[in-house]
Ligand binder design. Structure first.
Ligand code: HEC
Length: 131
């Protein structure tokens, strides 16, 4: 038991030293970091959308990387460019449901989701594009 405490003690000392060092380097690179992050978030992407999806029933039928009942979000993102028309069309699809774009299984309608929330969800989904 004493040994474990000693090991933990050493680890936390090393960890503290390490993070102190990286703090100073982080300061110098922080300007380039924000510059890099800005265009990515400006294009698409929505933390609100990600949260809304995780609190709705979407994940029962959709996963980010693999097809289950519905297409994976990455496949959806790769199929539709993030244009205003596509975002509006897919948001409508979330609310009204539909079928035929990915197979015969219909997408469940979500009449309780607002257009605003559905739009955030689509922005998040389309930000997962890999091609
Ligand atoms: C009961 C299963 C199910 C649930 C729940 C579900 N989906 Fe789907 N979803 C599908 C299926 C099946 C398709 C494919 C429909 C098709 O072929 O047009 C689909 C398609 C989609 C598409 C692509 C539509 C298109 O026209 O290409 C989006 C975007 C989507 N779902 C988002 C969501 C979101 C966001 C939620 C949660 C609010 C959700 N889905 C919940 C089954 C589901």
């Amino acid at each position: 038991m004493k040994k474990i405490i000693a090991i933990l003690g050493i680890c936390s000392v090393i960890f503290a030293c390490g993070s102190e060092k990286s703090e100073s380097t982080e300061e110098t690179s922080s300007t380039t970091k924000t510059e890099e992050a800005a265009p990515a978030t400006a294009a698409v992407g929505s933390a609100t959308g990600e949260k809304l999806i995780s609190t709705s029933d979407c994940l029962t039928c959709h996963q980010v990387n693999s097809k289950i009942v519905g297409p994976s979000y990455v496949d959806v993102a790769n199929k539709y460019p993030a244009t205003d028309e596509n975002i509006a069309m897919l948001a409508g699809k979330i609310i009204q449901g539909g079928s035929g774009n990915w197979g015969e299984i219909p997408m469940a309608p979500h009449p309780a989701i607002s257009t605003e929330d559905a739009t955030e969800m689509v922005k998040y989904i389309l930000s997962l594009k890999t091609n």
